[in-house]
Design a protein around this ligand. Sequence first.
Ligand code: AMP
Length: 443
Amino acid sequence: MFESLGLGPNLLKALDKLGIEKPTDIQSQLIPVIAGGSDVQACAKTGSGKSAAFLLPLLQKMIDVPAPNTATRCLVISPTRELAQQLDRHCRDLACFTSVNSMTILGGESLKEQKAKLRKNPEIVIGTPGRLLEHVEKNSLLLKDLEYLVLDEADRTLDMGLQDEVTAIVKSCRPERQTILLSATLKHKGLAEITRGIQVKPKKVILDSHRQPHEAIKQQIILADDPGHKQQLCNWLLANENFEKALVFTNTRVQSEDLAVFLIQQGLSGACLHGEMLADERKQVMRLFRDGKVKVLIATDLAARGLDIPAVSLVINFSLARTGSDYVHRIGRTGRAGQTGLAVSLISPQEWNLMESIQRYLNLAFEKREVEALPAKFSGPGRKKRAPKKQKGKAKKEKPKSKQRHRYKKAIGKRREPAQQKKDELQSLGLAPLKRAAREKPG
Ligand code: AMP
């Protein structure tokens, strides 16, 4: 129960309002560690309630020790705008019966308006690295009083190449602070580099390996011949599966746009979400999807991490994720907070090996499914040729005493043929054969 985790009446009231009754495993483990004041490195499955696991104890600390005249008290660095907005919403919901306020600082928005909001000294600032750094450099975001620093989805931040921005922001933070790092995996190559010197004896909270399969998600594959076949399969799944909302993942912006056009032509209510859209467009699409006005979102991996959209019950991998951990993040958009979900990956011949490596990474075998109306010619790789077994009792062939060089044998007397062939080909095309420069005779 949340009462036993040291949360006060105002946060308990908010949890009650949100219909959140029992702490999840990560919340039971992380809340006391953060409340105790240690630096933390936490690793948990997406959809496990990890945002509330750090927001609740931090909010409680800010309620317990008010500091109305200070600059920003808590900074949350998030890799994407969508994740930052989602965190901000969650934070506002949890803090609705308290006086703690939060704001987002995101790229693509007006700097001037952000500066005006920052002048009001919000206690919690949640933002993306690039824009946060701009404000730090312009002195409009003051971190000299910072008490809590949270690096959310740190592995994703590194994958997006935002390490330098994060390091520069951290340098301007008050050194005597509590630093909390959350990541899908703590084994990421760059993580040690980014955490070196910014945390003091961090406690590790590793709940479950990111490789553990989601028991609540059924994972299937359907073989597909080419992109056209995939489009048909995707359309069939969206027309025949029972779902409230579906997320379709592609690997590129062009793929997502092409697929969206195709699906809309087939009469589906779909929209696209990718990194090259303007901030306002992205916000609007997310709002429409969250409100259920758009049932199908066709997205690149940008939408894969951290987004919590209720009622996503179907995830389709139009193109397979490039790595096992990206795959886990994608399918983690469904089967959240106790719901069940279905994840279907469409596998082309080129993606077969990648699919096998993801199976090995997850240590499971995907369920193979066929759509009778749209059969694939591709049925998996052909059987690999094995070296012939030695037969018992058969007389050994005698090795020839000297090596026969077959290539020389083959070529004897034939070396000029290709040139002649070329000449014939050129002539048949009505072109003159190439002339060699006449050799000068000596003397
Ligand atoms: P997160 O892993 O933080 O993205 O959270 C996933 C979803 O779980 C969010 O919609 C939360 O509102 C919800 N949630 C968080 N904590 C709990 C809980 N203790 N019980 C049920 N749902 C929760």
